[in-house]
Ligand binder design. Sequence first.
Ligand SMILES: C[S@@+](CC[C@H](N)C(=O)[O-])C[C@H]1O[C@@H](n2cnc3c(N)ncnc32)[C@H](O)[C@@H]1O
Length: 347
Amino acid sequence: MASVSGVPIWPDAGIRSAWLSQWQLPSLSVGIQIGLFKLLDSNPGLTSAQISESLKVSKRGIDALTAVLGALTFLECRGGAFHNSVETSLYLLEGSQFFWGHMLMGRPGSEASALHRRLHDAIVHDQVDPGAVNEWEAGSLPDPERAAAITRGMHSHSVAPAMALAASPRFKALNVTKLLDVGGGSGCFPIAMAQANPAFKGVVMEIDTVGKCALEFVAEAKVSEQITTIARNMFKDAWPTPAEGFNGVFFSNIFHDWNHAQNTHLARSAFNTLAPGGRILLHETLLNDDSTGPFVAAAFSMHMLVYTRGKQFTFKELQELLTSVGFVDVQVFPTYSFYSIVHARKP
Ligand SMILES: C[S@@+](CC[C@H](N)C(=O)[O-])C[C@H]1O[C@@H](n2cnc3c(N)ncnc32)[C@H](O)[C@@H]1O
């Protein structure tokens, strides 16, 4: 028995943690290289803004690094101020007789040094990996094979959380009957919702080549009567209007890809698409209130630092963003394997 009502009988938390553990070692080696532990040794209690100013590196980068090091307990955060832990003072400070750095920094050209370099370049030079994000921003993935490969990857990452969300009583209680899934990838969320509720209708708004892949997933799941796609660049093109009757606008793993101005545009566009009473729903892995964990959220934020313009958020950050464009009644509930839904109503 692999699943109950489509929801896997065992969460993928171990897989997700293993995937994101790729950032553990680079966090230590980059922390040593940029002089973070040395700085906190001579100036304990700096905030991330003060650290970024002292080291002359990106604040977004330091936020991601301090989050991971905090989650791993190599840094302690007290009231927003960072201190080296005892373990860090013993083993990560150059000059200590117990310094581990010569082992952790790896040999030039080793696998470890490739991720180290990416993280270092993101923090020191604000340099994002030139992968999908530039094409996403332009709203175009012209190579259909590449679009299919990215969509398959996202599907395997998201299909279990999608099934769990569709089965969640708290999601069902929101009574979303017509959903716009913005940047919906394979469409796995509305597909799961359609399978759980024959009256449900969903529209996946995607880059054209990705939308074509989504239609294949929709056909395979036999929900073509309930799910359609529209090809749109969510940053440049017109969004559906309230006349189209969406009572939910859904974003899964979308806000974590983009900066504040871009997310404000997305939230405002969702607001304008919904009729009064409709809800925006954000499916994200949330950081705790002081942004120092849990590890999976912190490491996911580091992944976003290197590959996108975004980060993971605290509930409060998303609450502020949603209320800034007019949403009210912002609420949150946990769903599956580190994910939560943050939702809010258009008054
Ligand atoms: C991180 S994936 C999330 C996919 C899906 N929501 C999930 O959680 O599995 C980001 C998605 O946003 C889509 N996307 C990126 N830029 C876009 C744009 N400018 N307009 C429409 N969709 C876009 C991508 O094609 C991709 O499917």
